[in-house]
Design a protein around this ligand. Sequence first.
Ligand SMILES: *Cc1c(COP(=O)(O)O)cnc(C)c1O
Length: 374
Amino acid sequence: MRIETRAIHAGRAPERGTRDVVPAIHQSTTFQKADDGSLPGGYLYGRPNNPNREALQEALASLEEGAEALAFSSGSAATLALMHSLVPGDHVIAPDDAYYGTAILLNTHLRDWGLKSTLVDMRDLRAVERAVTPATRLIWAETPSNPMLHVTDIRALAAIARKAGAFLAFDNTWATPLLQQPLKLGADVVMHSLTKYLSGHSDVLAGALVFREAGPLLVKASAMQREGGSVPSPFECWLTLRGLQTFPYRMRAHCENAQRLAEFLSKQAKIEAVHYPGFASHPGHKIAASQMSAFGGMISIQVKGGQAEAFKVCATVKIFTHATSLGGPHSLIEHRASVEGPTTKSPANLLRLSIGLEHADDLIEDLEQALEKL
Ligand SMILES: *Cc1c(COP(=O)(O)O)cnc(C)c1O
């Protein structure tokens, strides 16, 4: 079955008793046992399992074409559960432009817990190879990256991970399984912030891990989910499953709009640079084209001038909302450096745009009037 069909049907068999076509929300935290103590419904308690979470996990595994998925209370909780599947003393290699929250976890809490990590520029595969140590257990990567949209070669990283005897994990939040499927290119596990495109309406905080195989990594992460308990509520699972149904169509529209906006922005005198992997001139375009079916809904721009000019654009747009996050129907614009704080690598004149589902002409006109006021 194609992804559009799986997005609607996976994990969504009609309810057995009532035959609801749309699943019910199972708020109960506990489930009745049979007289012999067995569990006829298959559920015991809300932390280890819940029908809505199970349905969501089935759908996510199907979308990424993995063996199994685990849902968490946020993308960061999913990342943390995976890292906690390792043991103190293990070594992780991650990109030097990893999602800011992931880098913080590695550089503070996980480091204090005993996990070693090296952050490298993953466009440089030699640098990744050089960072491998006998203790390397996991290579964590993200492509396209945040906020510079650097592109990493998934197949080449898979070869390095195999040689190192390490697992390969990809944060696939920006690309989504419609555009890019790391598990098919050799990754062992994919992480999603479901908060973004997959739930798709900026009203859910959730995350997931999807595993290529039902192997030791899944067993450990599954124990972290069950015993650590960072699980999404039944309603968050229900909302995410609801959002998933339209995700392939939403995602295509995000990409089409982003391509049009990127082209418009690249012709503007007041813009110094447009970072979008859909451009043939983007340094990662060839690799992106070999592993992505389209180039995503995220664009970063550098405004001529500095932070003041960048903020002025945020203050004068009318349709774009000046807010963080991405992947919702509404377009967002954000000055990354001020969100990330003093250790940011984001240039002072950089704005990150999450291109939404409004008409592209309206978005273009909005940016046009904002740039005129600079
Ligand atoms: C938002 C995001 C995360 C973190 O997810 P939360 O759901 O906010 O915890 C991780 N990686 C990327 C690329 C993200 O955009």
